[in-house]
Design a protein around this ligand. Structure first.
Ligand SMILES: Cc1cc2nc3c(=O)[nH]c(=O)nc-3n(C[C@H](O)[C@H](O)[C@H](O)COP(=O)(O)OP(=O)(O)OC[C@H]3O[C@@H](n4cnc5c(N)ncnc54)[C@H](O)[C@@H]3O)c2cc1C
Length: 402
């Protein structure tokens, strides 16, 4: 086989899969291209699902990433509504549902993640938010003025809480951690997120896990917490993290503990690459292995994989970017935010809810997070790119800092 493949198959037809396919064509790849996707839809964008789609600000069509004519121009065989069920790396063959097999020279695994589930979450009234259908189903129920319990105070749970409060609903946010989003951004930011929810009228039940869901006739009626207390609910949203979409790779020989394990070039095995939420790779910029569940990374990693499939040997070394919209707050972040990182306010004031916080690990800046501070954050990103020492905290102006 020549160094440049003649038959590329991409499994997962979402942000990362589409980006890889487009980049291959843009870089002049003229061979066969197949895009396999479990969902029977053209690729669409997920971030608006828990924001504009849930709130009703956008019509569902608006999330579509490309129109049909643009996808058509890729000259790819689209196999939508089809699921890859197993992979034989030695024979370079993928088996799809219905026992159909397809061969490849180069395979891109772009199967993303799926929502983590909780026991008993198959009751009516219990929702996850991963697909467009999930978001539309939840919105329909929210329109009936229910009491809502959101389980999980990460990004997704926080966004759903904000939208539901925006609709005037009674919302309780439950999490076993004592502050929201602590896992993502630490105590300092988590405390502010908690305060923000309370100020907008959400009730917080933190520091306690879910024991079980209560129900009547198969429909959820409440969430029982670890201390035995029950929070009444007509609708429950489970937002407790995600699981990499690797079940279909069992027995393939690929390492799939917490995502498809790749080298710095995003290659997992001869002829196999991975991109997007499912890919775990060694990022040389931070000198650590990571798996990033952020929208921009899916595109950037798709581009990197396309380049490397076509013979590039470039390590993928991004400074990841993430944003989240909650109420009137836009949080944006560049970099990584390891547990125990030292935090420093680099701009503005947390009391004024307009600031940038830097995160340092091992003496170098690894992340910057902006809270309604887009312009300043973009400037301070440089600290992460340069792996610079974190500057001193800006002086507290008349005790304004919290
Ligand atoms: C509700 C929501 C809100 C979000 N908000 C933000 C945000 O504000 N900011 C941000 O940076 N990121 C956000 N994200 C994350 C962002 O959407 C993801 O990082 C991005 O979608 C990853 O793209 P992907 O292509 O890697 O994976 P995915 O988008 O997860 O797509 C994977 C695709 O592969 C398909 N698939 C899985 N298994 C198989 C199989 N065996 N065979 C065939 N197809 C398969 C799936 O059906 C899916 O279509 C959000 C995600 C969600 C769900």
């Amino acid at each position: 086989m020549s160094a440049v493949p003649e038959d590329v198959v991409i499994v997962g037809a979402s942000a990362a899969g589409l980006a890889t396919a487009e980049a291959l064509r843009n870089k002049g790849y003229g061979g066969a291209l197949t895009l396999v996707g479990k969902e029977n839809r053209l690729p669409y964008d997920r971030p608006p699902l828990s924001k504009q789609i849930l709130s009703g600000a956008w019509e569902p069509e608006r999330v579509q990433l490309r129109d049909a004519a643009t996808v058509d121009r890729l000259g790819a065989r689209l196999m939508l509504g089809r699921t890859a069920v197993s992979l034989d790396t030695a024979a370079r063959r993928i088996t799809l549902d219905g026992d159909e097999t397809i061969g490849y020279d180069a395979l891109v695994v772009a199967t993303g993640v799926g929502p983590r589930r909780l026991p008993g979450d198959d009751l009516a009234g219990v929702h996850v938010v991963y697909s467009l259908d999930d978001a539309l189903a939840l919105r329909t129920e929210l329109l009936a003025d229910p009491k809502v319990v959101v389980v999980g105070a990460g990004f997704l749970g926080s966004e759903v809480t904000a939208v539901a409060r925006g609709m005037g609903l009674r919302v309780t946010l439950v999490d076993p951690m004592p502050v929201p989003m602590r896992r993502q951004f630490g105590e300092r930011i988590g405390t502010l997120v908690g305060r923000m929810h309370e100020e907008h009228g959400a009730e917080l039940r933190l520091g306690q896990g879910v024991a079980r869901f209560t129900q009547t006739d198969g429909r959820v009626t409440g969430v029982e917490l670890a201390d035995g207390g029950v929070v009444p609910a007509d609708v429950v949203v489970v937002a407790v993290g995600s699981t990499p979409g690797t079940a279909w790779l069992a027995g393939s020989g690929l390492e799939t503990a917490n995502g498809v394990q790749c080298d710095p070039q995003c290659q997992a095995a001869p002829g196999v690459w991975a991109a997007g939420d499912v890919a775990s790779w060694h990022n040389p910029h931070f000198d650590r292995r990571m798996r990033v569940e952020h929208r921009l990374n899916a595109t950037e990693q798709g581009l990197a994989v396309a380049e490397n499939i076509l013979g590039g040997q470039k390590p993928f070394a991004p400074v990841p970017y993430f944003w989240s919209d909650q109420y009137d707050v836009k949080m944006q972040a560049f970099g990584i935010f390891p547990e125990g990182a030292e935090t420093t306010v680099l701009h503005g004031s947390t009391d004024e809810r307009k600031f940038v916080v830097g995160y340092a690990d091992g003496g170098r800046t690894v992340g910057v997070l902006g809270w309604n501070s887009h312009r300043e954050l973009r400037k301070l990103r440089r600290l992460v790119v340069d792996a610079a020492r974190l500057p001193d905290e800006i002086p507290v102006a008349a005790g304004r800092q919290s």
